[in-house]
Design a protein around this ligand. Structure first.
Ligand code: GRG
Length: 293
């Protein structure tokens, strides 16, 4: 996905560590099988845990200390995708080109596997012996807030309420700030906590996370159109089919491209005070805007 060997190496470490965390001797094997199906689907980008680890690197911290936190963040992201695909939510039969979890297993298993990942992430954060008690509590605070009523879950509620409605660009941005931005910003903040960043550095990194979250979502909307053109030869995207407001429906295709590039410039400028320490984060920012479908 990214060019630097750092990302390839860390991806392997994340996968290895997730497998270890998912080995729970007394748990029903079905739970780990179902959660594993979604956690290890080829095509996952591991964007959030990689951002967390790149943040630790930018702060000259030890990335090994952040591995559990990175995996917990990916568990929360994966739970949200499993539940989002359910018939009562976005009702998607496929994810990353494979049947979604409720199709590959069944609905109740998908609900429970999502519940399990959501709960287990916090259990693992609480008992991460590489970190101090203060760090663990701070990580739990940041991740639970990002997942909750003013983060992921709040964003999902607004998104479901907005179906078929005409949204202003500000309302659209609010939904994305919660649904996409909250976990990306949490990745930066969690990396900062593990690396014991100064309050100033933490603020800089968190602002970068917000900008990258927005850029990522604008590009997601653009890719939804280009992928549909490539697949069907016409621009009937899944967002259009579901009557969803997107950056493309608001700004037009070229307008959305311009907005993505402006957000990239903003994100790169936000990293400047870190004076050269953040080359990996720059790489993530470039990828978030220039990524292929
Ligand atoms: C069910 C509480 C709850 C929340 C669901 C994440 C989410 C909220 C909905 C998924 C739909 C969506 C398009 C959300 C925006 C965030 C986003 C772009 C998710 C996909 O993230 P990637 O591309 O996923 O990082 P991979 O497949 O790489 O893991």
């Amino acid at each position: 996905m990214f060019l630097s060997p750092f990302f390839q190496e860390q991806r392997l470490q994340i996968d290895d560590h997730l497998k270890k965390l998912l080995t729970i001797p007394l748990a029903p094997p079905l739970l780990a099988q179902a959660a594993g199906y979604s956690l290890f689907t080829p095509g996952n980008k591991r964007l959030r845990p990689l951002l967390l680890l790149a943040t630790i690197d930018a702060l000259d911290g030890d990335t090994h200390l952040g591995l559990t936190a990175a995996c917990c963040l990916e568990m929360i992201h994966t739970y949200s995708l499993i539940h989002d695909d359910l018939p009562c939510m976005d009702d998607d039969d496929f994810r990353r080109g494979k049947p979604s979890l409720h199709k590959a297993f069944n609905e109740s298993t998908a609900v429970l596997a999502g519940d399990f990942l959501l709960t287990y992430a916090f259990e693992m954060l609480a008992q991460d012996e590489n970190l101090s008690f203060e760090q663990r509590i701070e990580l739990i605070q940041v991740l639970s807030k990002a997942s909750g009523a003013t983060g992921l879950i709040g964003g999902q509620v607004l998104d479901l309420q907005a179906e078929g409605a005409t949204l202003s660009i500000e309302e659209l941005q609010k939904i994305h700030r919660l649904k996409t931005g909250a976990l990306l910003t949490a990745a930066m903040e969690m990396g900062a906590i593990v690396a014991s960043a100064s309050p100033i550095d933490r603020k800089i990194l968190s602002a970068f996370g917000e900008t990258i979250g927005l850029a990522f979502q604008v590009v997601d909307d653009l890719l939804d159109v280009t992928a549909s053109v490539a697949k069907k030869g016409r621009a009937v995207s899944s967002d259009v089919t579901k009557q969803k407001a997107t950056y493309v429906s608001h700004l037009g295709f070229e307008g959305a491209q311009k907005a993505a590039n402006q957000l990239l410039d903003k994100a790169l400028a936000q990293l400047r005070p870190l004076s050269g320490r953040a080359t990996l984060l720059q790489e993530v920012a470039l990828w978030a805007v220039k990524r292929p479908a």
